[in-house]
Design a protein around this ligand. Sequence first.
Ligand code: FE2
Ligand code: FE2
Length: 148
Amino acid sequence: MSNQDIAMAMRDHHAFMAQQLQDRVQSIETASTTWESARDVVVAYLVDEVLPHAAAEESTVYRVGAKLESLRQLIESMLFEHVVIQGLTEDLRESSQQSRAITLGAQVAKLFEVHAEKENRFIIAVLEPMAEINLEEVLGDMHELLAH
Ligand SMILES: [Fe+2]
Ligand SMILES: [Fe+2]
């Protein structure tokens, strides 16, 4: 696949995940089940999908980006945001009041949306046109990074 194809699949995957997360967060407020089980569904999505996605990025796209002087500082800040997402996941897991869970859920969903859009605009868009970078090779078999 070309860099362009890979970049598109990565953007699609970000959009998909942001929507999936947002929908699950919404359920903490509106679920017909208990709010606790809706909270647990959000935590499970973060632990099973979002955090593995972040880890896969760190060993692929971020690793390559960090070698470019122009991206080094940005990659540092993106790594920091991964830590914040992890912290919010733990806070959400431990939340014992619905209002607190709604707030934390909204925070992590918005942070992820903005974080993913920063990757789209300021990392993927920079690497995509570089002739010396082969995104397919960079990603390897990291299916966590591509739309299925
Ligand atoms: Fe990320
Ligand atoms: Fe990402």
